[in-house]
Design a protein around this ligand. Structure first.
Ligand code: FAD
Ligand code: SF4
Length: 329
């Protein structure tokens, strides 16, 4: 591992100033992703600016929604009563990730910016357009059983591994940040960039920006919501497919619905085509399946990951059916 400097920032402007003083500096959250990547040589920062002591660790109610800071741990976010009551799918998504020990360390900001789990990306002896632009994408012809089926390009077919971000996408989250030029914010829809021919550019955050937190607007539909994750073992594993869903059914008709998919694209996939197909229609398994098919019509699976199509379709039908039954009780 490259030798690096370490500093602990005391306040937000100080953290931003420290980072921007050195182009090779990185923010350090819980370190559960960054330090692993430093050990393998994928990341080689000259300086780490530790943000964990910043006063960004609160969860507050705002205008019927919630605001939580970038250094809130995954454990604290999942355990918070308002999160569990108002956005149960978010608490479930966070709890479905990693392990108890990791969630105690991992932060909101770090979770949003964790890197892909593509094996070629993590192996510096291999080419990889995301790690080394222009070097190629061996996953397309190689090992890709857990890679993207939606929104990928011939330059990269990696998926985003975050469970939390899938629920945040379903509930129209807004990411707030601070730069040397002042604060800014990005809707989660705009936060992750399309892959295109620049897979190394993953987010629309300005260079040197510190994520300060996430805002969730009031969303009554989110109170009846669920996150369902399929993985290769029962715990401590990344998703091979996941769905965050919320449903408001009145007299058997879908009044409001939210749907987002995980582990199918380079970013959390908000299923707006499916939402549009469902709204105003019957809350039946047939309608749920048709809506999933409409969303997945844009999919372009690779040789070894077409299994994700029926997997996601079945998840959509199962989760929405459960929510419709709960709404009827
Ligand atoms: C074995 C294992 C299994 C896991 N399983 C899952 C899983 O199933 N689902 C899941 O969602 N996650 C999973 N994780 C990922 C884990 O949740 C992430 O490692 C974690 O969320 C990253 O958070 P962190 O605070 O440790 O980030 P760090 O490792 O500290 O940082 C990650 C990146 O974010 C940047 N960063 C951190 N904070 C900020 C900030 N405030 N502003 C700007 N940049 C910042 C860092 O510079 C770095 O680039 C797993 C991790 C491991 C090691
Ligand atoms: S899928 Fe993306 S991350 Fe994986 S090898 Fe290809 S370019 Fe690299």
């Amino acid at each position: 591992m490259r030798e690096f400097g370490y500093e602990r920032a005391a306040d937000v402007p100080g953290a931003v100033a420290l980072l921007n003083a050195d182009p090779e500096a990185r923010f350090l959250g819980g370190g559960t992703n960054l330090v692993d990547l430093m050990k393998t040589g994928v990341e080689r920062p000259a300086h780490l600016v530790d943000v964990r002591e910043l006063p960004l660790d609160t969860i507050e109610s705002v205008d019927g929604g919630l605001r939580f800071g970038a250094t809130v741990t995954n454990s604290d976010l999942a355990a918070h009563l308002d999160v569990r009551r108002q956005y149960p799918a978010l608490a479930q998504a966070v709890l479905a990730g990693a392990s108890g020990q990791l969630r105690n360390m991992a932060t909101v900001g770090g979770n949003l910016l964790q890197r892909t789990r593509c094996g070629y990306f993590a192996d510096v002896s291999q080419p990889c357009n995301k790690r080394s632009p222009g070097s190629g994408c061996p996953a397309i012809e190689g090992e890709h059983h857990n890679h993207a089926i939606l929104g990928a390009s011939s330059h990269c077919v990696a998926t985003n591994p975050s469970d939390m971000a899938v629920a945040l996408a379903a509930f129209d989250a807004v990411v707030t940040y601070e730069t040397v030029d002042g604060p800014g914010e990005l809707a989660l829809d705009d936060f992750y960039l399309p892959v295109g021919d620049t897979p190394h550019r993953e987010t629309a955050l300005p260079p040197g920006a510190l994520i300060t937190g996430v805002r969730l607007p009031a969303s009554p539909v989110a109170a009846l919501s669920r996150y369902r994750k399929v993985r290769e073992r029962a715990s401590f594993a990344f998703a091979v497919g996941s769905v965050a869903a919320a449903l408001d059914v009145r007299d058997g008709v879908v009044h409001d619905v939210r749907l987002a998919f995980g582990a199918v694209a380079s970013r959390p996939w908000r299923a707006r085509t499916a939402e549009g197909a469902l709204t105003g229609g019957p809350a039946t398994a047939e309608a749920f399946a048709e809506a999933a098919d409409a969303e997945l019509a844009a999919a372009a699976p690779l040789a070894d990951n077409a299994y994700k199509l029926p997997l996601v379709r079945n998840l959509v039908v199962a989760v929405l059916t459960e929510l419709a039954e709960e709404a009827a009780r």
